[in-house]
Write a protein that binds this ligand. Sequence first.
Ligand code: E4P
Length: 240
Amino acid sequence: MKLFLDSAKIDEIRHALAVWDVDGLTTNPRHVQETGKSFRTVLEEIADLFEGTGKPVSVEVDPHLIEASEIVRQGVELARLSPNFVVKVGASEAGFQAIRELAANGIRTNATLIFSVAQGWHAARAGATYISPFVGWKETYADAAADLIPQLATMLRVHGYGSQIIAAAIRNGRQIADAAVAGAHCVTAGFAVYKDSFRHPYTTMGEGIFQAAWDATPTDVAEGNGRSPAAAAARDEASR
Ligand code: E4P
């Protein structure tokens, strides 16, 4: 399962590329707003960061656009800004029509705000490269979320659609695991969610236990200088 960062913040993206080797990026209007910069500035900065990586970056069209022709026009403009850009289009009748036209023009798309298998099916039929079910939003509104990704995965597989599922609006490590087991091709989550997913209270506890044991044990290990008991035994053996 590919790991995408869901953000528009340059420092977070730099870290995610350098340390986690993320497979791609997703943004949305709210993420861009949080940067305090203009839409165009943020897109240019992100395009620079991803230049030459071949990694996809989802960039959303103006969510006010309700005509397919307008969505297509803006999608084409966005796709021209960077070969990494994937045009993110909201799930709607016009949105799926726009996805079909963009796909026919070789432009990759991400069908966003997907909450049902029927919407995912429309997106897949239209030729969406990615389909983004918002798992966290369903859970926030007490809607049954557990079946959505497995059912989308089954629908895509049974009918041979080429779209990839991006499990989106992910809030915790359990949802990442559920998405992976359910067959999502990619997951996208915010910086803090991934940071948290590296940790576990038992790991912290275990490190404490092992550090205490280490401190209570006579040892000559000094920053890898070969003075460990194992290294000394190996030297003894070699000198015999
Ligand atoms: C996904 O592509 C979306 O950008 C994202 O997951 C939206 O949800 P959030 O901003 O509430 O996490």
